[in-house]
Write a protein that binds this ligand. Structure first.
Ligand code: FUB
Length: 325
């Protein structure tokens, strides 16, 4: 489907949008790309982000966008090494919790929490990362019944291949071919929102025959960029396929899954990464994502975009073209 698209922050490079409606406004929590001069590599060292901004809006396709400024920086995080990647924010009992991935001083990704009284920050980080956290790209679902679930993980530079059963391996193992693909993790959060309430478990994505997707199925298997939203009582788990550059989704009946693969939300954009957030606002659904058109293809300098997202009568998401033809 060809659809009208809007760049949201033309004056700066923003990526990986998490989006939520708080207090009647739509809030965007993106990564903040900049030109740090680090050479491009498969570890993603060139994504060397060091702070977050928050944006809000009342009208997605036409209204003004408010920049609430810098709300959290690596220099404020006691355990910081480098690379503030994709974050997310959840609201509970009057407080806003920002979850962010960051490499610690041993260059290991952990997930941290920072707290604010306002959806637009500033956010005050905890002294230590969440116990037992690893890898990156946290996305939090408020299930509406008092339970919150974190989805996280990513391959290659995201370090998920360094873990099995929530324990660090001596050396990384990436499954291949017909082996079951590595996939995202999900864990319910503790009542105080500061820790996992349980051991993270794999987010199983099944094919049309009820079999888990295999590592060789690179056009469908999970790579990074977890997002979860609910539509008509079903759980829509969406994600990037990384090296095949697709945003895909799978549907389940509960927050843990299993989820059955459904199809492509967004075909490849200009740039290597593809990453998104989905939200309903004022009766319409929107896909927020990024591409590298404004930076003329520099993969580490990405720009925020939005367009409407539509479902068919069976609840299937209608595929959007990443590059208008
Ligand atoms: O922004 C850095 C990383 O690039 C994100 O964490 C990934 O999802 C990819 O978008």
């Amino acid at each position: 489907m060809k659809t009208e698209k809007r760049y949201l922050v033309p004056g700066d490079y923003m990526a990986d949008p998490a989006v939520h409606v708080f207090d009647g406004k739509l809030y965007i929590y993106p990564s903040h790309d900049w030109e740090s001069g680090i050479a491009e590599n498969d570890n993603g060292d060139h994504f060397n982000m060091k702070d977050y901004h928050v944006y809000s809006m009342d009208d997605v396709m036409n209204g003004e966008i408010t920049d609430h400024g810098v709300v959290l920086s690596t220099e404020d995080i006691p355990w910081a090494g480098r690379q503030l990647w994709d974050c997310d924010v959840a609201f509970k009992n009057g407080k806003y919790y920002m979850y962010f991935p960051l490499k610690d001083q041993n260059d290991i990704f952990r997930i941290g929490v920072a707290v604010s009284d306002k959806p637009y920050g500033p956010f005050v980080p905890e002294a230590n990362p969440m116990k037992g956290s690893y890898s990156m790209d946290p996305a939090v679902l408020d299930d509406g019944d008092g339970n919150y679930y974190m989805y996280f993980g990513g391959l290659w530079g995201g370090q998920l291949q360094r873990y099995r059963n929530n324990k660090a391996l001596e050396s990384a193992i990436l499954p291949e071919g017909e082996e079951e693909a590595l996939t995202a993790r999900v864990a319910r959060l503790s009542d105080d929102m500061m820790e996992f309430a349980e051991e993270p478990r794999p987010v199983i994505i099944l094919d049309e025959n009820g079999m888990p997707l295999t590592a060789g199925d690179t056009e469908r298997r999970f790579f990074e960029a977890s997002w979860m939203h609910k539509y008509n009582g079903k759980y829509y788990f969406s994600y990037s396929t990384g090296d095949t550059h697709l945003l895909c989704y799978a549907i389940g009946d509960n927050p843990y899954g299993p989820f059955t693969y459904q199809g492509v939300i967004l075909t490849p954009v200009v740039g290597w990464t593809t990453h998104h957030g989905i939200a309903e606002f004022k009766g319409k659904w929107y896909l927020f994502h990024h591409d590298c058109v404004p930076s003329e293809g520099k993969t580490w300098l990405r720009s925020l975009k939005v367009c409407e997202l539509q479902y068919d009568a069976d609840g299937r998401i209608i595929t959007i073209e990443g590059i208008d033809k």
